[in-house]
Ligand binder design. Sequence first.
Ligand code: PLP
Length: 476
Amino acid sequence: MPSPAPLPDAPRWAALLDGWRAAPGALHERLGERLRAAIERGELPPGARLPAERPLAALLGVSRATVVTALEDLTVGGWVTRRVGSGTHVASTAPRAAPLLTLRTPAAGVPTAELDFTIAVPLLTDRHRQQLREASLDAYRESVYHPHGLPDLRALLAETYTREGLPTRPEQVIVTSGAQQAIALSAATLLRRGDAALLETPTYFGAIDVVRAAGAKLIGVPVTPGGVNPDTFAALARTHGPRLAFLTPTYQNPTGTVLPAGARQRLAAFLHDAQLPTLEDDTLLDLGFTPAPAPPRLSALAPGAPVINVGSLSKLYWAGLRVGWMRLPPSLAAALAQAKTLADFGGSLPAQHTALHLLADLPGLIRDRREHVRPARDLLAQLLRTHLPDWTFTVPDGGQFLWVQLPRPHASAFTQHAARHGLRLFPGASMGVTPLADQYLRLPFTLDPAQLPEAVRRLQAAWTEFTARGGSERLA
Ligand SMILES: Cc1ncc(COP(=O)(O)O)c(C=O)c1O
């Protein structure tokens, strides 16, 4: 038999697996253990391709059978997926230690022509740039530290909540570095290692990563077309006794679902009775495309429940501003105010002045975003229906994603394949709290609309090539 082609990137693999033989056990167990640890540490991120069997065996000086057995064990354990033609990849559902966002941040050298469907952030126009320059100048007249946020901004946010049916005092509002910091501070304050936390599944990956990093046990409540079922939520809460819940009742990320008014009422009543600390993430709340307002917040329906509302300008304006906030129930206000002070002595003042300026015309901001995002949603939906008719999705009434179901359960392998066509995609399964069918893609419609036809052309080309190669589930 001819000797295998040398392993590309051999020095990197040799370094990654260095010392693997030192552990006890059969060779295939030691190798599997080493690869598993690399996946857990985030050295091999979801979707990363593992070497082919023969060159890896040659590099390690073992038989091919040893490598095959190790990879088969990892497949059975849900750590990797294997397909004929595209090889072995780290499974998108594999537990990860590194946050998904850092794993997907474009690396130096990524071609600029790549179209990125992994993040959904509004684009900054020239008018936005001018606003940023002007508003941030006000910051230099200020005292330097406002650990809980610029007083005028806290007051304005409190007024906005009050006007929207949730009476709020400025002391209940803390300005944070994006919604993500509000979620992270809450999880770090409320969770101890080993506690249970209840999250929708699928859900926003930043929340999954934060709760996982806190050492909590993640319990997933399935998202149905009408959001989470309050009875399922209550039953899981009774079984697992969570210390924290994370919910996105309006335009859920990634499914776009809205929890209907009746279900909200029941869920809010349960949160009140159970006194379960809950993050109600309103980050996408103002991104609705229908004239009807979203149903009331859980916190408005159950004023006595320990619900923390999280908001942000990232989706309405620009994620680079890093201005978010949380509205705290009185029972949690002191602990979270302290956590924010200790974290950073307060957020950037130029950014908060810009936020103050922008939020003075919240209806205008909402109108602007809606006018940009709604046509992009319709265009992406229409292009997909035309060019990829066997992909299915429901067009959401708001938010920023199409949650697309593929006809076959190979979304992770497809995302790998699509990279060759200059597309960066998240497999939907990486947003599962519990293992999720590998059949979904989250496609944001926040790309520049002018790029959408090209993006869908690439998706179609990648899909045609991918399916022509078999879509077989046989092992390599
Ligand atoms: C539901 C949800 N919550 C929070 C965030 C984080 O937003 P920020 O950029 O304000 O930290 C996002 C961003 O993707 C999101 O979709």
